[in-house]
Design a protein around this ligand. Structure first.
Ligand code: ZN
Length: 235
């Protein structure tokens, strides 16, 4: 049985964040947009990282989130939300291999799940779609597409709340890309958002501001942009 002892506490933390960012509880969240518009100190680095979903670190006033570029868009969204928990509530550098501090990893996972899909929104969705412990694979895909949450994260959530049986959880734990395609959805959710090494967020903006204020030379600017994989911005 999956432990859900932190679930409601993590849901409240996630809802506090939504309220702070003026994002309604019942709507899907654009987590990349949140990073770009609600933070001026967070940079996301997409890298091919073996066996690591994500990592985050704080350097002075700057916060860095490292995301595995090979994972799907849905998984990358979940991992950004997971790393936001570490940055905001753990306040320390972490590498998420699944091996270290199981309690914090569990909390970060539940926070991420609730940030992408608040508990109230799940209950509301069930109510308007007449779902109550009778979820089918099609219902699950429809909800995942609406909230833009990964298949694995969503069925884990349904199992956590005992809305599906363990047998159903195992039955639903399949690749659903073709099924979603046959239901008329595109495959964006199941493919990487950025598959190659790249950077988004405050770092690029800061480098360019330093250059605009003549605080760094053109050579140093180019070097700093190359460090952030901005090959096409260097001339
Ligand atoms: Zn973690």
């Amino acid at each position: 049985m999956i432990k859900n002892e932190y679930y409601y506490e993590m849901n409240e933390l996630a809802n506090e964040c939504r309220r702070e960012w003026f994002i309604n509880e019942n709507v899907p969240i654009d987590i990349f947009n949140v990073i770009m518009n609600k933070f001026d100190d967070v940079t996301i680095v997409f890298m091919n990282m073996e066996n690591i979903s994500g990592a985050s670190t704080i350097i002075g006033k700057s916060k860095l989130i490292f995301i595995n570029s090979k994972e799907s868009y849905a998984r990358q969204r979940f991992n950004i939300a997971h790393e936001l928990y570490h940055l905001r509530f753990d306040n320390r550098s972490v590498t998420c291999t699944g091996e270290e501090n199981k309690e914090n990893e569990n909390k970060a996972d539940q926070f991420a799940s609730c940030l992408l899909l608040p508990h109230g929104a799940l209950c509301h969705y069930e109510k308007i779609n007449h779902l109550k412990n009778n979820w089918t694979l099609e219902d699950i895909i429809n909800a995942e597409q609406f909230f833009q949450i990964s298949h694995q994260a969503f069925i884990w959530r349904l199992r956590l709340l005992e809305k599906i049986t363990f047998e159903d959880y195992n039955k639903f734990k399949v690749s659903i890309k073709n099924k979603a395609l046959n239901m008329g959805y595109d495959t964006k959710l199941y493919q990487p958002y950025h598959e190659t090494n790249c950077t988004m967020g405050s770092y690029i903006n800061k480098v360019n501001k330093l250059f605009d204020k003549d605080l760094i030379s053109p050579g140093l600017r180019d070097e700093l942009l190359l460090d952030a994989f901005y090959y096409d911005k260097v001339w």
